[in-house]
Design a protein. Structure first.
Length: 492
């Protein structure tokens, strides 16, 4: 990284960006945070009341929405830029500070009306304290983008896990001393503060007091469209729950919410790792169409390689899985997973596409595309919920996904200057893999029914047979990706 006195920040790294190494560190961080979260929530659930978690959940609805506006899409703009000047980074830094401070002020101003809206008196105090995290996080946003631009994901992952763990530890200590919902506020403040401090210290770049409006205008079209696109995605992801709650009632929302989380949580983790690892690598090769196609096809085929057998196995073993994971009272969730599992696979494939639009600078296209997808989904959900109830809702989800996916992938292929057929060919064996895992796991499950095994060993044996078939299939039909899978599990 060049010194501030030089005309440009260096875009060269000590080694070419490696998608595999990026993904390994991001995946490790995601796994570590999940473990910390599960352990921490297990402890906090015994120290805090349901009311404390309820108030925090209401506050999170507000802060998650506000969080989409925190950096105004400037992080991806930094990663994408190949002529990154100190003046541009400095201007982005102060834009982030201004945005974070403005959002914090708005949250404080609207905290009381929001508390009245949600009928929770303590919500206003919680929101006021959580508002502090926005200007704090904005201080490290540009530094984190610079680290990711140079594919220094080992540093980012280490900082992320350390700050998250310290935040959870602080929450447990505070809850132990009877601070109630304040312990969850302390968790958020500790996490955001340590994250920004570590990002600031890890990056050699330091801000000064200069802010050039011309530099902000240069990226405004890219970043504003990306921010609006993320808002549309956020609203689309929450519209289904609102429709279920409004049309079918809170009783139906419980099973739907659980089924959706079972399908979505692992896929979100995989999509997050894939997209964050892919974007800096593609940005580094944005002037080379052949390299762009190669990197994208490698990424999307590898994501499908993981999610296809995962969703195929979930479809086949949904009944024993729900019985073990949730209990017999949630048996209705299994029927919903039959339709949501293929939705999960298709969406995992689509999750890699936004990186292409961002690298190509087509965030306006991405905004229009996501808006169109949202309209299709909402129309299908309303029809499905009205005529078919909860099952109609999930069937409509699959129909909407199958309608929007070809358009999404066709535009992605067009930006990469390749025919859609080339993209579909990169996924053909993964689709066969998912179908094969489904057939083997389902057949094993029906066979084990004859032996009247307990549900847990039944699930484990059927899953093991499906997994063994999956490994054989990858070794037989995807030898190159089997090598990639082995390398991905080896930290070099």
């Amino acid at each position: 990284m060049a010194d501030m006195s030089t005309p440009e920040l260096s875009i060269e790294t000590t080694a070419p960006p490696s998608m595999g190494k990026n993904a390994r560190w991001l995946a490790t961080a995601q796994i570590a945070k999940t473990v910390v979260q599960l352990v921490g929530l297990g402890i906090l659930s015994r120290l805090l009341s349901p009311t404390d978690f309820g108030v925090m959940a209401l506050a999170t609805v507000v802060t998650n929405l506000a969080g989409l506006l925190r950096d105004m899409g400037t992080g991806p703009a930094i990663i994408r830029s190949r002529t990154l000047t100190p003046n541009m980074v400095n201007s982005i830094f102060w834009l982030n500070v201004f945005s974070g401070s403005t959002i914090a002020l708005l949250i404080v101003l609207f905290s009381v009306p929001l508390a009245r809206l949600f009928n929770s008196a303590s919500l206003s105090v919680v929101l006021c304290w959580l508002a502090l995290t926005f200007p704090v996080m904005s201080l490290g946003a540009a530094h984190q983008a610079l680290l990711e631009r140079d594919s220094r994901f080992r540093t980012v992952a280490r900082s992320d896990v350390l700050s998250y763990t310290c935040g959870m530890t602080a929450a447990i200590i505070a809850a132990h001393f009877g601070l109630g919902v304040k312990s969850l506020i302390i968790q958020a403040i500790v996490h955001s503060s340590l994250s920004s401090i570590q990002m600031f210290l890890a990056s050699p770049w330091r801000p000064n007091w200069r802010c050039d409006v011309k530099e902000i205008r240069r990226i405004f079209g890219f970043s504003s469209n990306l921010t609006l696109s993320n808002l549309v995605i956020y609203l689309n992801r929450n519209a289904d729950s609102m429709i279920v709650g409004k049309v079918l009632g809170a009783i139906a929302l419980g099973p739907y919410s659980l089924a959706f989380k079972i399908m979505l949580y692992p896929l979100q983790s995989i999509a997050l790792v894939a997209s964050k690892a892919l974007y800096p690598v593609m940005s580094a090769h944005q002037a080379d169409p052949v390299a762009l196609r190669e990197k994208y096809l490698q990424s999307v085929s590898f994501v499908a390689l993981i999610t296809a057998p995962m969703m195929g196995g979930l479809m086949a073993l949904r009944v024993p899985f729900v019985a073990v994971a949730l209990g017999s009272k949630w048996s209705g969730v299994a029927a919903l997973l039959l339709w949501l599992a293929p939705v999960g696979f298709v969406q995992s494939v689509m999750s890699t596409a936004p990186a292409v639009f961002m690298v190509k600078g087509r965030t306006a296209w991405l905004l229009m595309l996501n808006f169109g997808v949202a309209v299709v989904h909402i129309v299908c959900w309303l029809i499905g919920a009205h005529f078919g109830g909860l099952h109609g809702m999930v069937i409509a989800y699959l129909v909407a996904t199958l309608i929007s996916a070809p358009v999404y992938l066709r535009l992605t292929a067009s930006l990469l200057e390749m025919p859609l057929l080339m993209l579909l060919r990169a996924l053909q064996w993964q689709v066969v893999l998912g179908a094969g895992v489904y057939v083997v796991a389902y057949g094993a499950s029906r066979t084990l029914d004859l032996f009247a095994l307990a549900t847990l060993p039944h699930l484990l044996l059927a899953a093991a047979l499906g997994g063994l078939y999956g490994l054989w299939h990858i070794h037989r039909f995807n030898p190159d990706q089997m090598s990639v899978l082995r390398r991905a599990l080896h930290f070099a």
